[in-house]
Design a binder for this molecule. Structure first.
Ligand SMILES: Cc1cc2nc3c(=O)[nH]c(=O)nc-3n(C[C@H](O)[C@H](O)[C@H](O)COP(=O)(O)O)c2cc1C
Length: 167
């Protein structure tokens, strides 16, 4: 198996982050999951959200893909809430569904942050790098990209092309 999935974490399905996701998905033929379309509740110590979309979604990812590319907009200097909730819920795999969680070991993770400017705070990638490390995943790297007036500037296309060719 050598399959890649993009996980989109924007608060709008067809916004700037989706413009980036579509560019990559069309070029590489990658599958895409839009977290906005999923019903994923906040992490709960009493596992209140056990019947929502999280477990089927992560199980599908684990069974079918080796590489996960997280694509998140920059919201308040960090990842989007949708993406943070997804990461919080991985705790269910550490506390309860441990066999499923262990299957993340050896998989690959990459991250793309997007905004409207060539500017991202230093350390934005730390939660991704450290989470990959904790989960035993290989961290393939990250880039910051930006969308201007609904378009991807030529320079950004170059950055993306270089990045995805190495994946
Ligand atoms: C709630 C919110 C917070 C934001 N915070 C930041 C920020 O801290 N830094 C930044 O450069 N842009 C920030 N932005 C701008 C977005 O990163 C930018 O518009 C991005 O392209 C939006 O992608 P989307 O259309 O997928 O939501 C913020 C936008 C929103 C909606």
């Amino acid at each position: 198996m050598n399959k890649t999935i993009i996980i989109q974490g924007s608060a709008r399905p067809k916004g700037d982050t989706n413009t980036i996701v579509n560019y990559i998905a069309l070029k590489k033929g990658y599958d895409v999951i839009d977290l906005y379309s999923k019903n994923i509740g906040h992490y709960d110590y009493n596992y209140k959200n056990e019947g929502d979309d999280f477990l089927p979604l992560i199980s599908n990812i684990i069974e079918n893909y080796d590489t996960i590319i997280f694509v998140t907009p920059v919201y308040w200097y960090t990842m989007s809430g949708h993406m943070k909730v997804f990461f919080d819920r991985i705790s269910d795999l550490i506390r309860i569904h441990k066999d499923t969680g262990r299957k993340l070991r050896g998989k690959n993770m990459a991250m793309i942050s997007s905004s409207n400017s060539n500017d991202v705070v230093s350390g934005f990638n730390i939660p991704f790098v450290e989470s990959a490390n904790y989960l035993g995943m290989n961290y393939l790297g990250d880039i910051h990209v930006w969308v201007e007036n609904d378009n991807i500037p030529a320079k950004v296309k170059g950055i993306i092309d270089d990045f995805i060719e190495k994946k």
